[in-house]
Design a protein around this ligand. Structure first.
Ligand SMILES: [Zn+2]
Ligand SMILES: [Zn+2]
Length: 250
């Protein structure tokens, strides 16, 4: 039996009417992880070591900056910056050697080696995000239990079949999890069912977004909106996963 800390949220989220239940779970998880990063994690040496090493991606920096706890944020940034400077410091000698080289072939190779090493170092610094890592790890668990429940729990399977499918990002997550979580016969059944569902749901979304464009023609001003009124945001939700739409005109 799968752990209940994962099965319960997956089961519950499939009671909500939305474009992607996995996005709903991820949204909640993201908020919890950000709250944790500037809250309880401040006292967790292990998490602090991880956040010093990996830091945060641009998206999560922006969300952390929007939170009220500027002292916790500054403490985290202070020690992370220290770590970044240590990493750059490993290239200090090569940088000064470059300055003193007089030219010729050695200068050329030294220059190429240095710029490659520096570029890789910068990639390593900007690649990580402790929040993304935590979210991805838990989302993989959620995908695994979703597949388990689909194969073993008729009630859940029914909920899944009635749902509006998932976004393309989470469709890929499910597809990539299938080989690890399901036996071949179940895997084939699930993939066929997922593919068919997604085709139906993408076609439904297409009808809505197309209708939305038609409403801009004055000849269609009396046409009923039906389900098309919020088609742009739902289309984006479906194609690229949940976005923060706080910028939307109210
Ligand atoms: Zn999603
Ligand atoms: Zn991130």
């Amino acid at each position: 039996m799968k752990e209940q800390i994962y099965t319960i949220p997956v089961n519950e989220v499939y009671d909500t009417d939305c474009e992607c239940p996995l996005c709903e779970l991820e949204k909640k998880l993201e908020k919890e992880t950000l709250d944790y990063a500037l809250g309880a994690a401040m006292m967790e040496p292990e998490f602090r070591m991880e956040s010093n090493e990996k830091g945060f991606c641009n998206h999560h920096c922006s969300m952390l900056f929007g939170m009220s706890n500027k002292l916790a944020l500054s403490l985290v940034l202070d020690t992370h910056l220290e770590e970044i400077r240590k990493k750059l410091d490993t290239l200090k000698k090569s940088a000064s050697a470059l300055k003193n080289q007089k030219g010729g072939l050695f200068k050329k190779t030294g220059l190429a080696d240095f710029s490659k090493a520096l570029s890789e170092k910068l990639d390593g610094i900007s690649d990580g995000c402790v929040v993304c890592d935590k979210i991805n790890h838990t989302m993989e668990r959620y995908a695994d239990v979703l597949l388990y429940m689909w194969a073993n729990d008729e009630k859940f399977k029914e909920k899944f079949n009635k749902s509006k499918g998932v976004c393309l990002k989470h469709m890929k997550l499910l597809v990539d999890t299938v080989p690890k979580s399901l036996k071949d016969s179940q895997a084939a059944q699930f993939l066929a069912c997922l593919f068919e569902k997604q085709e139906t749901e993408l076609s439904r979304i297409q009808q809505d977004i197309h209708k939305f464009t038609l409403k801009f023609d004055y000849r269609n001003k009396d046409m009923e909106w039906g389900t098309a009124q919020d088609a742009p945001i739902r289309t984006i939700d479906k194609i690229s996963g949940f976005i923060n739409n706080d910028y939307e005109e109210k």
